[in-house]
Ligand binder design. Structure first.
Ligand SMILES: [Zn+2]
Length: 242
């Protein structure tokens, strides 16, 4: 079904339905003392994965999403993308084993300044995730607001982290998650110029001009009961454009 897709260089008349994309940050043994916007209890996280699995969802990769959006290549039934930001160590120690248990793969957006630091994943752990079928994406060097970068900073924040991650994994790193999910058309222009394939946000509707560079994700609250996850996904990813 090519008609509904994002043809290169021309304005799509209608986008295919949005795929739900979930975004998690910290996973802890308890929420106590943590901001629920950015933290989820590990058992609660397990319940989220369980409800997705029990409801027949299939995790997809950024490449599958790209092929779907640009070429109309069908996705598995009930697709979902499960993403993790910031390179937290618990993504390796807690999330990855749980994902495997439910037959899911994840997408890990890495802020490369943290690699090997206490509380964060090492290069070896990133390589292992990649070898195990998970995807590694770029989340810049040190998490700037990309709406405010100077010309010189783009290389440090986009090109160099990507090269570093490609060296670690031995695989292409084509996706980027904007730090804080924050973006604007000027940031898209720079990201596109650097041959990033797709970019993921957390703020606002998709850009009509550049939907591939303003793909929406749902920042999942640590307070969201698993029983409400599917309804929140449905209401968040209804077709809605600027
Ligand atoms: Zn982040």
């Amino acid at each position: 079904m090519i008609m509904g897709c994002l043809g290169a260089g021309r304005q799509p008349r209608k986008l295919p339905p949005q795929v739900p994309i979930l975004c998690y940050h910290n996973i802890r043994s308890s929420l106590e003392g943590h901001q629920p916007d950015y933290t989820i209890d590990r058992q609660q996280f397990r319940q989220h994965l369980k409800v997705l699995s029990d409801s027949g969802y299939h995790s997809i990769t950024p490449d599958q999403l790209y092929q779907y959006l640009t070429r109309g290549i069908p996705l598995p039934e009930k697709p979902v993308m499960i993403t993790f930001d910031d390179n937290r160590l618990e993504h390796y120690t807690i999330a990855a084993p749980m994902l495997r248990q439910y037959g899911f793969t994840g997408v890990f957006f890495i802020m490369t300044v943290t690699i090997g630091k206490p509380g964060y994943m090492s290069a070896e752990q990133l390589k292992k995730l990649s070898d195990d079928g998970h995807c590694i994406g770029n989340h810049t060097w040190d998490h700037p607001d990309m709406r405010k970068l100077t010309l010189q900073e783009w290389r440090i924040q986009v090109d160099m982290p990507r090269q570093y991650l490609e060296k670690i994994t031995g695989r292409p790193v084509q996706g980027l998650a904007y730090p804080y999910g924050a973006w604007n058309e000027a940031a898209i222009k720079e990201v596109k110029a650097r041959n990033v394939q797709m970019a993921f946000q957390l703020m606002g509707k998709m850009s009509n001009a550049n939907p591939l560079y303003s793909i929406r994700r749902l920042q999942v609250s640590g307070n969201l009961p698993a029983t409400e996850l599917l309804e929140v996904m449905r209401s968040t990813f209804r077709e809605e454009r600027r």
